[in-house]
Ligand binder design. Structure first.
Ligand code: NAD
Length: 436
């Protein structure tokens, strides 16, 4: 099939490359001409494991092209995926302006029998409203609008698409349902569960899934706090509950508070929808407050433990991305914690294997380094904020030799406490004994 994907961000690029890999002919369009120029030159404007190779392969096979011109790409397509951003508005509700702008731009050019498929995360009812908007733009000629939410995780996006736990296909008419079935035929043949439902239910699935996962993270962070206060060990508790098949082991790692481009904005939108619809989502509303408070609390913990001295404290932050495997820093813990450290008078050094460039524009005054030992040079404390493998395998002897202090915060619990202590560090993990 001939497909167009609007939006060349994390979701749009992964979707384009994977749909091409399934055998479709895909044109990926973005209004950001510089982004398209990079793509047309064979580059990739984001970091995502395996994406570059998959794109190269499908470009070479003639199945994947890029364009800054939305209208011709949309005019030739059997289906057009909308994968543009849906950011938060200041009141927490979702901003649909990118989706609506894209739909208006292409409304008059799409074929009458084409299907518009919303891949962006949108609140229940959006596909139906967009259908009305497009029909108005086309002078009453309605087209089918479907919903196909994306569940990929940055860092494992390609595997998440190709071996998805399930595909959710939302359609309110036969044309939409049939087009989605044909697009995903190769994945359906691999026995990936394929769920058909209304567009509104498909939209709700995405929010309910993300809110539930964020609640799991928030819950285990609360239990980690309780373990700290009662002398327990969250690692034992996680193993103990994670093996219960009703609970499952994933999303049970305590950390510095969730971030990223999805959980914070999706939980806010879910809570805002609950308020609007008169069905308050109290658990999620409380979670949102807790999660932000957690980042501030951990910043205070660093400040308190470093203490005050005659000279300004120096601290190295290891990890700026909201999680490993990505260069995405949107709403990452680092973006809250680092300014608070600076406000306390500390000098902050920072390292991230992938995300320094993306973080730099949000973190004035930070001394970035390409080498984590260089970043830790002469600091009083080091703080692991992202679970990169590079930090799991830190050379602790070398770290001890370059730091002036011995305070090591591990907000991902990825270091071996015995090893850390053996090298003379004061170890500060999450949810278990902090040692001397
Ligand atoms: P992104 O910000 O990385 O990319 C969006 C792209 O859309 C940008 O390159 C922008 O230039 C382009 N764009 C905006 N308006 C346009 C227009 N009118 N025409 C053409 N291009 C336009 O966003 P993302 O992270 O890929 O997320 C996209 C959507 O998918 C969001 O709704 C998000 O919630 C959802 N989602 C994201 C993830 C994730 O992990 N990033 C996972 C699942 C779902």
């Amino acid at each position: 099939m001939k497909l167009a994907v609007v939006g060349a961000g994390y979701v749009g690029l992964t979707t384009s490359a994977c749909l091409a890999e399934l055998g479709h002919s895909v044109t990926c369009v973005d209004s950001d001409a510089s982004r398209i120029a990079i793509l047309q030159g064979g580059g990739v404007p984001i970091y995502e494991e395996g994406l570059h190779e998959l794109m190269q392969k499908n470009r070479a096979a003639g199945r994947l092209t890029f364009s800054a011109d939305l209208r011709p790409a949309a005019g030739h397509a059997d289906a057009i995926f909308l994968a543009v951003g849906t950011p938060s508005r200041p009141d927490g509700d979702i901003d649909l302006s990118h989706i609506e702008t894209a739909a208006r731009q292409l409304a008059r050019d799409i074929r009458h029998d084409a299907v518009l498929i919303i891949k962006s995360t949108v609140v229940a009812g959006t596909a139906r409203n967009l259908g009305r908007l497009v029909a108005r733009e086309r002078g009453g000629d309605a087209v089918s609008v479907a919903s196909n939410p994306e569940f990929l995780r940055e860092g494992t996006a390609i595997a998440d698409f190709m071996t998805a736990d399930r595909i959710v296909a939302g359609a309110d008419d036969d044309l939409g349902a049939d087009r989605l079935r044909r697009i995903y035929a190769p994945l359906r043949a691999r026995d990936i569960p394929y769920l058909e439902m209304s567009t509104a239910d498909a939209e709700m699935v995405k929010y309910a899934a993300n809110a539930f996962l964020a609640l799991k993270l928030g819950f285990i962070n609360n239990v980690a706090d309780l373990c700290e206060s009662t002398g327990g060990d969250i690692r034992n508790v996680v193993s103990g509950i994670g093996l219960d098949r009703r609970i499952g082991p994933s999303f049970l790692s305590p950390g510095p508070g969730y971030g990223g481009s999805c959980f914070p904005k999706d939980t806010r939108a879910f809570a805002a929808l609950g308020k609007r619809a008169g069905a308050r989502q109290w658990l999620v509303e409380r979670l949102i407050e807790d999660n932000e408070a957690r980042k501030r609390k951990l910043a205070q913990r660093i400040i308190d433990d470093m203490g005050k001295g005659g000279r300004p404290r120096r601290v190295a932050v290891l990890g700026l991305a909201f999680k490993s495997g990505t260069d995405d820093v949107r709403e990452s813990a680092a973006l809250t914690i680092i300014p608070l450290l600076q406000a306390s008078g500390a000098i902050v050094h920072a390292h991230d294997p992938r995300a320094s460039r993306a973080a730099a524009e949000f973190l004035p005054g930070v001394r970035f380094s390409d080498d984590c030992y260089h970043a830790c040079g002469d600091v009083d404390a080091a703080v692991v904020l992202t679970e990169w493998d590079e930090y799991r395998h830190l050379d602790l002897r070398r770290l001890a030799s370059v730091m002036r202090g011995r305070l090591l915060f591990d907000f991902r619990n990825i270091l071996d406490p015995a090893e850390v202590s053996r090298h003379g560090f004061r170890y500060r993990p999450i949810g278990h004994s902090t040692g001397p």
